[in-house]
Design a protein around this ligand. Structure first.
Ligand code: ADP
Ligand code: AMP
Length: 237
């Protein structure tokens, strides 16, 4: 997959000398804060932030065949079939910019995706992933999801309740217009949480059994979650 699916980093990395050198996976329900933290971690280490949700939305925006297939499924709050997601992911992580590590948010989302991902990493000569589990009561994520707004230009994530912009409706970084994702409307939240519970939550036990899972209390403020994520990532290096 070519670079068109990457958002340009909004800020330069802090200290790219410190290499991540592995895949980090953020696992947790929608609205847990994975994207917010993934952007921060990727920036700190100067590695790509990969989000299958962003890649799919980009396909929809560009009207690709994949986008046309995915659009009605995402609008219903269901998961896109594994075969489509896996093809997209394979193309992306074979890209040379992933060779010093990358941060994945929103993938894998099924046990089949996790198994395939493990094989793919092996074939690419990468270590198995470090998985950070964003643990949070599903009741708390509802307000986060319905309050989420994203910058149309750089993809920066805000929240009208918890993380408002300085100027209403405009991104603090680039002044871009903010928008609400169609699937962040209240009526789509329940099916998304149900899909998480049925198809993705089993990955918590899957990765725990493999000894790769690290828990984070995702109900804490953003800065506290960042501190804990960094502690985990640095702890295993
Ligand atoms: P995910 O990628 O897991 O779906 P996001 O990172 O997009 O979640 O965050 C969902 C919403 O919650 C966003 O509006 C974001 O600004 C807000 N948010 C993220 N982390 C926190 C936090 N720790 N406390 C309060 N709000 C948060
Ligand atoms: P997200 O941006 O991670 O909240 O994902 C938005 C939507 O994209 C999900 O509700 C799914 O429909 C789809 N999606 C994203 N990642 C995946 C994945 N790994 N597997 C299947 N569907 C996905």
């Amino acid at each position: 997959m070519d670079k068109v699916f990457d958002k340009a980093p909004d800020k330069p990395p802090d200290k790219p000398a410190d290499k991540l050198n592995r895949a980090v996976v953020f696992l947790g329900p929608p609205g847990a804060g994975k994207g917010t933290q993934a952007k921060e971690l990727a920036r700190k280490y100067g590695v790509p932030h990969l989000s299958t949700g962003d890649m799919l939305r980009e396909n929809i925006a560009q009207g690709t065949p994949l986008g046309l297939q995915a659009k009605p499924i995402m609008a219903r709050g269901e998961l896109v079939p594994d075969s489509l997601v896996l093809k997209m992911v394979k193309q992306r992580i074979e890209n040379a910019d992933c060779s010093f590590g990358f941060v994945f948010d929103g993938f894998p989302r099924t046990v089949a995706q996790a198994q395939y991902f493990g094989e793919l990493l092996k074939r690419c000569g990468y270590k198995q992933p470090l998985v950070v589990h964003f643990a949070i009561d599903p009741v708390l994520v509802i307000k986060r999801i319905t309050g989420r707004r994203m910058c149309k230009v750089g993809g920066e994530i805000y929240n009208i309740f918890e993380r408002p912009t300085r100027v209403a409706g405009r991104c603090d970084n680039d002044g871009g217009e903010l928008e609400q994702r169609p699937d962040d409307r209240e009526e789509i939240v329940a099916p998304r949480l149900a899909a998480y519970a049925r198809q993705t939550a089993p990955l918590v036990a899957y990765y725990r059994r493999l000894g790769r899972l690290h828990d984070v209390d995702a109900a804490q403020p953003v800065e506290e979650v960042t501190r804990r994520v960094l502690e985990i990532v640095r702890g295993i290096k």
